[in-house]
Ligand binder design. Structure first.
Ligand code: GLA
Length: 391
């Protein structure tokens, strides 16, 4: 059954016939390079992908909304009012869209009625491909489109991040929501997270594809370790600020950092800061290489990024390391690295088209033997950001 038919059927079961509905799509994202740099005032280079979240939406006449996720069917239909919202654990995944409604209301964008919504996601769950940002920006676009608020996408991106930071309570940076909202077909986005200046860079990797490999690791301690890395970088920065007038680690070149690195008293924090600085410079170098059609160099810098995330930032783990290290040995692979926060989730690899089948077979076999369960593979299609689908 196709996705639209399935969504309409679910809509009918939950809310009655799907008449006067609108359909929206919001992508997930991969980050090509520039990891754990966004909250350190550095650069990132992500793109939106064609896997993401669909919403089938009908207006209600009252102030209530009802929302159902086909992926989270066991949570049932979740109801909420369109104003005066508070985080409610019992509402589970729906806190993401609810948080966006709350941020809109607080910014003066009041919804004068609610919705019935069915959502369906094609992103693998908990795989670090930003399913939460996908849902947040999706809700922002639904609100903006329905009530003609006229908010531009970058502001909706910021409001979606705010929903995640303030309402849901996850202290993420701006990268995921930005990639989801501002994505452009066949392009990656070079974003300066300090200024939010950005530009698109065409992904000309003819003859090659980006293969996403999911570790399928079930549980991870991602959120607490993520916040701890942030704190370590913030503390390292505060010590460096004693000797240098900087606002973020992203302002330093590698040489500038090396010259004052000993001012960071804790050796672990020094490594964390080193990653943030080096990864930012590596990102700029990688984009320059890509734009000169030197994808071999781009791939090599992806590998270096993984090593730095493994050794200096310590966010990889045996599953991601196995995937990356086995990928490096395969024929036709230019580069491979973890993408997203780490601690599980996915790697991305640039693989020559004719080698993709062997890549899946070999990496799949070795990973399964070492880790005990299978990884999954997806060939990434680089897609547009969140939008309404014309019926
Ligand atoms: C998560 C966060 C992002 C970013 C990445 C790491 O995806 O949501 O803001 O920090 O981790 O690069």
């Amino acid at each position: 059954m196709d996705i639209m038919t399935m969504m309409k059927d679910n809509f009918k079961d939950c809310f009655g016939d799907a008449v006067n509905t609108r359909t929206y799509f919001s992508p997930g994202r991969i980050n090509l390079i520039g990891e754990h740099t966004d909250y350190n005032g550095g650069h990132v280079f992500p793109c939106a992908i064609s896997l993401g979240t669909y919403a089938l939406v009908a207006d209600r006449t009252d102030n209530k909304s009802r929302i159902f996720s086909i992926n989270m069917a066991d949570k049932g239909v979740i109801e909420f009012p369109m104003s005066g919202l508070k985080y409610d654990r019992a509402k589970d995944w729906a806190n993401y869209p609810i948080g966006v409604v709350d941020v809109f209301e607080k910014a003066g964008y009041k919804a004068d009625h609610g919705f019935d919504i069915v959502m369906y996601g094609t992103l693998p769950n908990g795989a670090g491909l930003s399913s939460s940002a996908s849902i947040e920006v999706l809700m922002a676009v639904i609100l903006n489109d329905t009530f003609n608020f006229g908010i531009d996408m970058v502001d909706m991106v910021k409001m979606s991040q705010q929903a995640e930071n303030k309402f849901v309570g996850v202290n993420c940076g701006i990268m995921d929501q930005f990639a989801v909202g501002m994505g452009k077909k066949d392009c990656a986005i070079l974003l300066d997270c300090n200024t939010l200046e950005y530009r698109y860079s065409k992904l000309a990797i003819d003859g090659y594809s980006i293969v996403i490999t999911n570790t399928n690791k079930k549980h991870s301690l991602g959120a607490s370790a993520y916040n701890q890395r942030r704190k370590q970088c913030e503390h390292a920065l505060s010590e460096l600020q004693q000797v240098k007038d900087i606002k973020s680690l992203g302002e330093l070149t590698n040489a500038e950092f090396d010259a004052i690195a000993d001012k960071v008293s804790d050796p672990l924090e020094r490594l964390r800061a080193r990653h943030a600085v080096y990864e930012n410079q590596r990102t700029l170098e990688a984009v320059a290489a890509l734009e000169k059609n030197d994808i071999a160099k781009f791939g090599k810098l992806m590998n270096d990024s993984h090593v730095s995330l493994r050794d200096d930032y310590d966010v990889t783990g045996v599953e991601l390391d196995t995937l990356a290290e086995v990928a490096w040995q395969q024929e036709g692979v230019l580069g491979s690295r973890m993408t997203g926060a780490g601690f599980g989730g996915c790697t991305i690899s640039i693989v020559k088209n004719e080698n993709i089948d062997d890549f899946k077979k070999n990496v799949g076999e070795i990973y399964t033997k070492r880790i005990g369960y299978e990884p999954s593979f997806y060939v990434a299609n680089i897609a547009d950001g969140t939008h309404k689908i014309e019926n």
